[in-house]
Design a protein around this ligand. Structure first.
Ligand code: SAM
Length: 237
């Protein structure tokens, strides 16, 4: 994925991701976590083409949506999807530097995005999320997580990544998501090598979040638990 570059990948992104049953389940899970949102302010870091924000806008039509992504082409595709809707703002930026003021959002969400960060950047990202969330606001991070802390080429880690990603690929095959399966097999070698996509444990997020006084952690699996897809939620105290 990283080798292709997001700008290059943008045109086929929706076709491939929207056929992926686990991606759609992640979106539904996140939307449910926003229960009671009303006219809340929601920032999505790594919003891509805006599929999650679109689902949020359908479920919570009065929500203020703020999409942030480093890829200009992803943002342009996202903007086309929303037309002239005036309750959405899109900004170029990354997770480590969120281009908004402090205490602004009721929710900060991320879906399939934060494994693009180098592990050394997680603490800086957590500080940024803490800064932009209102007290009592919720951080929702949906991603693929591993159990093994060690970095590649640790054999247990490599075995875990191969098992989980090929498990997902076979699940896609069985659920008619052929292109999603091919894409996953395509990114498997770089995922194993730890190039670009750096898969972390949930603890790699939870520890710095505790240090920033996040509380009320919940872990919700997406799809079969053995695939490692999870949504971490916690409240900023
Ligand atoms: C798989 S896409 C997910 C997009 C969207 N969240 C969704 O649910 O479809 C990953 C996105 O993360 C973005 N990204 C890459 N590095 C990032 C970073 N450091 N901070 C924020 N977003 C990043 C990419 O540009 C891409 O749009």
């Amino acid at each position: 994925m990283v080798e292709r570059g997001w700008d290059e990948f943008v045109e086929s992104y929706d076709r491939i991701f929207l056929e992926n049953p686990l991606y759609n389940e992640a979106i539904k899970t996140i939307v449910l976590k926003l229960e009671g949102c009303g006219d809340c302010a929601v920032a999505e870091i790594g919003c891509g083409t805006g599929n999650l924000m679109q689902a949020i806008s359908v479920a919570y039509p009065s929500a203020g949506l703020y999409g942030i992504d480093p890829s200009a082409d992803m943002l342009e595709k996202c903007a086309r999807k929303f037309g002239n809707r005036d309750t959405i703002e899109l900004e170029k930026g990354g997770a480590e530097r969120i281009p908004y003021g402090s205490d602004k959002f009721d929710y900060v969400v991320a879906n399939y995005a934060l494994h693009h960060l180098q592990p050394g950047r997680i603490a800086a990202t957590v500080r940024e999320v803490t800064r932009v969330l209102k007290p009592g606001g919720m951080f929702i991070n949906s991603d693929f997580f591993v159990e093994t802390e060690a970095l590649p080429p640790d054999i247990e880690r490599v075995r875990e990544i191969i098992t989980k990603l090929t498990g997902q690929a076979l699940y896609y095959l069985d659920h008619g998501a052929y292109e999603a399966m091919l894409l996953l097999l395509d990114v498997l070698p770089s995922g194993v090598r730890g190039e670009g996509d750096i898969f972390t444990t949930t603890g790699a997020w939870i520890e710095p979040m505790r240090a920033e006084r996040f509380d009320r952690f919940e872990l919700t699996p997406v799809g079969p638990e053995e695939f490692g897809l999870k949504v971490i939620t916690a409240i900023r105290m």
